[in-house]
Design a protein around this ligand. Structure first.
Ligand code: IVH
Length: 688
């Protein structure tokens, strides 16, 4: 049977996100429990009572789970005041209190397919012989409210509060345009009695960003996320302030009987009553739920508002009712959360990595922790300034974030959990590999090893050269490069092309077949597109994108080598810092020799395909986001094709390209002055 965690956490999540639990004896556990309780209590107070947030929900969940696990391990240390024994927060005093006739419940979370299966098995045990259908919809990251309508007219709006008693915030909610003051079909006899509508108040991501930008300009503290802003606004005593905030309402449930027999019918009724609602998806089995979860999880970033999972309801309302509640949560519903992007863990040590440009990067070695389905054991601390900003020490409990493909980074330190044994992080003054004194040029934040012949710098450069985005030499990974370097078989990238089978076979673990394969892969890599050749050189600030832009723009290596700073700066997205770096790189004798050597080693550089200038003389303005490419990619594409993309509409503008969530001002202006408005499909045709 699933646990009824009053904090909405579930033991079975442990395999997924929380693995940094520390084995400790009773005395250590007692101390840790006390500290955890104090910290969690502090953050819960901020969040639930004051609508403030200093650490993410995921990080707080991670701490709660550690506490929960410790209390399970030492049940005699569990006290009634533990945050694991409590739900919700007290309503603020300023608003009138409101009693919810039907309680506003919370929901248990699940994080995996296994937990989904466990839940269905549990339902089947409770109602044997029943075959269940489900209704799935996005779980909006907003603020739950209840709206009471009588005779079809809004008479009261309230917050959830502790689930039984909330706050009367009717005046504030009335300012939200998407909340109907009078229901459609208000003459329907079913609407004469009180109807209780449940849903979420939220702010769209783009509005949130705009709002925060303005606050920063006014020197006011920005909000941590759209949910905090929604919550803070609803609890504003001055409803005029609330009215200036573009909040929205999305309905997801009717807590009254309007004759609906299924959850999806409920949504249809909500729609017909004039509410914004997500129509979700009926799922006949767990596979379909999993598919929906995956689909929504992938679309998540492109949605206008924040979501943190999907909500699954048993579709048949009479089964849902029969299943009842366990504690504060309905047994017939679950929140199937997306992978979290943050968790807490401990810094065990810090080491200093040397990059291909000699940059020294402090890297935190972590007690391994699962985030978003993968184990994270290292996180970047970026540089010395970042260490100072975070105030981080070895032994600290930290919040680590891994969002998408981005390198995991230390987000925040929780100094409240220190026990006094933490150690200061000492930045090195000499290169940990070649012992050369490190340098930090004026105005820069990064320490560097200036020795071009430093073993570590060489190794990084060679790895970069052979990597997928560079020469893409199959089988030439970091381990082999290290070995080849150690054996003095390579020193410059050119040396790869002079290796022979005989050089490799004496190396440990090099079977005949694999040395043959590697030599073949090296030979194959000799013909290379210009953009990948430029990337492979390892010029500072020249990543994959810039290399592609340079190749397209100049069309040949010779032209790039001869370009002056001004010419380089004219390339889209190449600023003075990048053009300086490119210009200087090609002026260095060693680098010029490298290029000559590579060419004499037989490297054949392929010029990029001729680009058409079909958009030449055409000016585009963009608004909203396209599905198929980012704004930057769209701009680059237009520029490549000879077009112009200023930020705002002028007399020159010929087309307004409209994506999702377009800005109203641009669209209005374009219509007013008769600019052609085109949508993604048409635009893609033009650039094909
Ligand atoms: S159904 C038992 N549907 O999630 C309450 N809730 O973690 C079930 N939420 O308090 C409500 N989107 O504020 C439901 N589509 C959705 C939702 C949703 C967001 C919130 C709601 C609830 C919380 C539970």
């Amino acid at each position: 049977m699933p646990h009824n965690y009053s904090l909405g956490i579930n033991t079975k999540t442990s395999f997924c996100i929380y693995s940094s639990l520390i084995i400790m004896n009773r005395i250590q556990a007692k101390k840790r429990i006390e500290k955890l309780k104090a910290v969690i209590s502090y953050h819960r107070y901020l969040y639930h009572v004051l609508d403030k947030q200093e650490i993410s929900d995921e990080a707080l969940d991670s701490l709660k789970h550690e506490l929960y696990k410790l209390e399970q391990q030492y049940p005699d240390l569990l006290t009634p005041d533990s945050p694991t024994q409590r739900v919700g927060g007290e309503p603020l005093k300023e608003f009138k209190k409101v009693e919810h006739k039907t309680p506003m419940l919370s929901m248990e979370d699940i994080f995996s397919q296994e937990e989904l299966k466990d839940w269905e098995n549990y339902l089947k045990r409770l109602l044997p012989g029943t075959s269940f259908n489900y209704f799935c919809e996005p779980k909006i990251d907003g603020f739950a409210i209840s709206l009471i309508y009588k005779n079809g007219v809004l008479i009261q709006g309230s917050t959830r509060g502790d689930g039984k008693i909330g706050e009367n915030v009717t005046q504030n909610l009335k300012t939200i345009e998407s909340i109907p003051l009078k229901l459609k079909l208000s003459q329907d006899p079913r609407l004469t009695k009180e109807v209780d509508i449940r849903g979420e108040v939220y702010m769209e991501k783009k509005d949130f960003e705009k709002f925060n930008k303005k606050r920063k300009q006014l020197n006011e503290q920005p909000f941590a996320n759209p949910r905090n802003l929604a919550a803070g606004s609803i609890r504003q005593l001055d409803s005029k302030l609330m009215a200036s905030r573009p909040l929205k309402f999305l309905a997801y449930d009717i807590a009254s009987d309007l004759g609906q027999t299924t959850h999806s019918q409920g949504h249809q009724i909500l729609l017909s009553l004039g509410f914004k609602t997500e129509l979700g998806k009926k799922c006949a089995n767990l596979q379909e739920i999993q598919k929906y979860w995956q689909k929504v999880s992938q679309k998540r970033k492109n949605l206008a508002f924040q979501i943190d999972g999907i909500v699954i309801n048993v579709e048949n309302n009479s089964f849902f009712k029969k299943l009842g509640t366990a504690g504060k949560s309905p047994r017939g519903a679950r929140a199937f959360k997306f992978f979290p992007e943050q968790a807490t863990t401990i810094i065990e040590d810090v080491k200093f990595q040397i990059g291909r440009t000699g940059a020294i990067t402090p890297v935190a070695l972590l007690k391994p922790i699962k985030i978003g389905g993968t184990t994270v054991s290292k996180a970047t601390l970026h540089n010395e300034d970042e260490i100072k900003r975070l105030g981080v020490k070895i032994g600290d409990t930290i919040i680590v974030e891994r969002a998408g493909d981005v390198i995991p980074a230390v987000e925040k330190v929780l100094p409240e959990l220190r026990d006094g044994k933490e150690k200061r992080i000492q930045m090195p003054t000499i290169c940990p590999v070649c012992k050369t004194p490190l340098i930090k040029p004026k105005g820069e934040v990064i320490w560097r090893c200036p020795n071009k012949n430093c073993f570590a710098v060489k190794r990084e450069l060679l790895e970069h050269f052979a990597s997928k985005k560079g020469f893409n030499i199959d089988g030439l990974g970091p381990k082999i490069i290290n070995k080849l370097l150690e054996e003095n078989l390579i020193w410059s990238p050119c040396d790869f092309f002079h290796l022979s089978k005989g050089d490799l076979s004496p190396l440990e673990r090099f079977a005949e077949k694999s040395d043959e394969n590697l030599i073949q892969a090296i030979q194959k890599s000799k013909t290379i597109p210009l953009s990948r050749f430029i990337y492979a050189l390892g010029i500072r600030f020249v990543g994959e994108e810039t290399a592609i832009v340079l190749a397209q723009y100049f069309g040949s290596l010779k032209k790039i080598m001869e370009a002056n700073k001004q010419e380089l700066s004219a390339v889209p997205d190449v600023g003075p810092r990048v053009s300086n770096s490119i210009f200087n790189w090609f002026r260095e004798k060693d680098n010029q020799k490298l290029i000559t050597d590579l060419i004499s080693a037989g490297i054949r550089i392929l010029a990029p395909a001729k680009i058409s200038r079909k958009l030449s003389g055409k000016t585009f303005v963009l608004t909203g986001t396209l599905n198929s490419m980012t704004r930057e990619q769209t701009k680059n594409k237009i520029r490549f094709l000879g077009g112009d993309v200023p930020n705002s509409i002028s007399q020159k503008t010929m087309f307004l390209v409209v994506g999702k969530n377009p800005g109203e001002t641009k669209t209005k202006k374009a219509k007013k002055v008769g600019i052609k408005i085109i949508h993604e499909k048409e635009f893609l045709k033009m650039i094909k």
